[in-house]
Ligand binder design. Structure first.
Ligand code: ZN
Length: 186
């Protein structure tokens, strides 16, 4: 299975909590492969299964030139916070200052059903939090300050892609401007 269309904000699947993976089978490994391929093509730094219309607790990342994936994650967050801008592949071109924990210890499983622990700080910690939020139907705009969220909603309403999301997930391909790839979406 190849690259999948990425669901845009407005698609109900993005605000629906995903369900835990039960079967660690070939289908799951295909899903991880599809997510990885779709993320690299975008290009993005992370991608969660609901972003390609699959409501399962699975996500992938590409941080510091290392690919990873995690299934049925649970996170322990540091009290120390980090600052920085964040974007999301389901919100083309948007980037906002998004507070996150500085360090994360994530527990879950790999695609072969083996328990794994992923420890990350800074960008990896940010990605693990962003993607786990996706599995709970939470979007990065939900994490913004009240003023930024208002500004973000205005930017969304004025964007070329707003209103193009459909229940069927037939989103048009969105061309993002070259500068955007500097700060890849998640
Ligand atoms: Zn995202």
């Amino acid at each position: 299975m190849p690259i999948q269309p990425i669901r845009l904000f407005g698609d109900p699947v993005l605000v629906t909590p995903s369900v835990a993976v039960v079967d660690f089978d070939k289908e799951l490994r295909t899903l991880v492969a599809d997510l990885t391929e779709t993320m690299l093509d975008a290009p993005g730094a992370g991608l969660a299964a609901p972003q390609i219309g699959v409501p399962l607790r699975v996500f992938v990342w590409d941080i510091d030139e290392a690919l990873g994936h995690l299934i049925n994650p649970s996170l322990d967050l540091s009290e120390e916070l980090q600052e920085g801008e964040e974007g999301c592949l389901s919100f083309p071109e948007l980037r906002y200052e998004t507070p996150r924990a500085m360090r994360v210890v994530a527990k879950g499983w790999n695609m072969y059903g083996e328990p794994i622990i992923v420890e990350g700080s800074e960008m990896l910690a940010r990605a693990l939090q962003h993607e786990t939020d996706h599995l709970n139907g939470i979007l990065f705009i939900d994490r913004l300050s009240k003023a930024d969220r208002k500004e973000a909603m205005k930017e969304i309403r004025e964007s070329e892609w707003f209103g193009l999301a459909t229940d069927a997930g037939i989103n048009p391909e969105i061309k993002v401007s070259p500068h955007y790839t500097f700060g890849k979406g998640l």
